[in-house]
Design a protein around this ligand. Structure first.
Ligand SMILES: C[S@@+](CC[C@H](N)C(=O)[O-])C[C@H]1O[C@@H](n2cnc3c(N)ncnc32)[C@H](O)[C@@H]1O
Length: 384
């Protein structure tokens, strides 16, 4: 697949809801407001659907008098897309009058006014990220570990590949699962792959400190490298006498563009291995332009998915701060140049196209409606 085919694939599978689906989704997008209301969402959906399906739309068709801040946000987004920054600024200003704390309108308004958006201190950032991670990751991380444990329990000496070991949380969780219910497992052999050597060392240290009396015998082999460019020697080393299961949780979104296909294809070559994957939803892959209404729609949707997961347990302020932290990452996720923007957010459908193109038969196991912030899949090699 060359870059242009890849771009077509990403563009083609971008989510463009209409009718009741779009109204329903906009009802989720208002979670970022102090007082979420479904006022005026139907007329907004009708006009937005036209734009998402490719028609030119005059932003002034959206009411300048609505009491719904989201109407003003999209009036601004449509104007911004057309290069009418004056109208965009005025419309975003109206949105902020109705709710000054909404982070995306605030960020874009600040950018258009030549100001820098409010930032979050690094101490606060860490605290917020930790809470967000706990709220977002608990279920997907658990599901991935459960799937791996269930897949290997019938074997005596299973070998598991952990792609992106990070802090090793899932490796420890897998050992604990097997301690509680070992099945036939007499020894677990873990191969950990990561591009960051310090993470690999950290995990090795963490595993050394575990009380082995409580755990099944295990070994850990650290392999430094990037999943999308594993060379032949490294591949042989990882393959060893076989890989039974692979965990790739919240890793592949970090692999730019086409590399995602290379990575999935490389993993499919470990013959017979089952794959657990958890990933962010809605990646636009730098394919969709920064000023496109589709891009702003995706960002607004992704932010709402995060806030929707975080707000019930932690409140609106933490949810909004989380969105601000995300927007401020790297070269600025909202207004930064598309070519240096972090890769975030394909739709779940997009990931599934990538699975299908690389030899995986994947079943969605969480976020089954495809709209969750993080989606998980159990995948098996496509039968030859
Ligand atoms: C969110 S963490 C995974 C968390 C981990 N499963 C755990 O239990 O803590 C993602 C990891 O992927 C690694 N990573 C990023 N890009 C990678 C690549 N191209 N190849 C291999 N690992 C990569 C990062 O260094 C990071 O450690």
């Amino acid at each position: 697949v060359d870059r242009s085919k890849y771009e077509a694939l990403v563009r083609d599978c971008a989510w463009r809801p209409e009718g009741a689906d779009l109204v329903g989704h906009l009802t989720e997008q208002v979670v970022l407001y102090e007082t979420p209301s479904d006022r005026d969402l139907e007329p907004l959906a009708a006009i937005l659907a036209e734009r998402l399906s490719g028609a030119e739309v005059d932003p002034t068709r959206l009411s300048a008098d609505s009491g719904q801040p989201l109407v003003h946000f999209y009036r601004g987004a449509l104007a911004y897309e057309q290069g009418d920054d004056e109208l965009a600024l005025a419309a975003l200003g109206e949105a902020l009058k109705l709710d000054p704390g909404e982070p995306i309108a605030h960020h874009l308004h600040a950018h258009l006014s030549g100001e820098s958006p409010a930032s979050v201190s690094s101490a606060e950032r860490l605290q917020v990220l930790d809470r967000m991670a706990k709220a977002l990751m608990a279920d997907p991380y658990e599901r991935a570990v459960d799937f791996i444990a269930a897949t290997i329990r019938a074997q005596r000496r299973p070998r598991v590949l952990e792609v992106g070991v990070g802090g090793g949380t899932q490796i420890v969780a897998l050992l604990e699962r097997l301690a509680a219910d070992p099945g036939e497992v007499e020894e677990l052999r873990i191969v950990g792959l990561d591009i960051v050597p310090e993470y690999l060392e950290g995990v090795a240290g963490r595993l050394d400190e575990l009380d082995r009396a409580d755990l099944p015998p295990f070994s850990f082999e650290a392999v430094e490298g990037s999943v999308e460019t594993i060379d032949a020697a490294t591949r042989r080393r990882i393959a060893g006498d076989g890989i039974d299961a692979i965990n790739a949780s919240i890793v592949l979104h970090e692999v730019p563009g086409l590399g995602k296909l290379d990575a999935l294809r490389a993993l499919a070559e470990f013959e017979g291995a089952a794959l657990a994957m958890a990933e962010w939803n809605f990646t636009t892959e730098n394919v969709i332009g920064t000023r496109e209404a589709l891009f702003l729609f995706n960002v607004r949707g992704a932010a709402a998915a995060m806030a929707g997961a975080v707000r019930p347990g932690h409140g609106l302020e933490v949810a909004r701060k989380g969105v601000r932290v995300w927007l401020g990452q790297g070269h600025d996720q909202l207004v930064g140049d598309a070519t240096v923007r972090q890769e975030c957010f394909l739709s779940a459908d997009g990931w599934e196209r990538l699975f299908a193109a690389t030899g995986w038969d994947a079943k969605r196991t969480s976020g089954t409606d495809g709209r969750a912030a993080i989606v998980t899949w159990d995948a098996r090699p496509t039968a030859a």
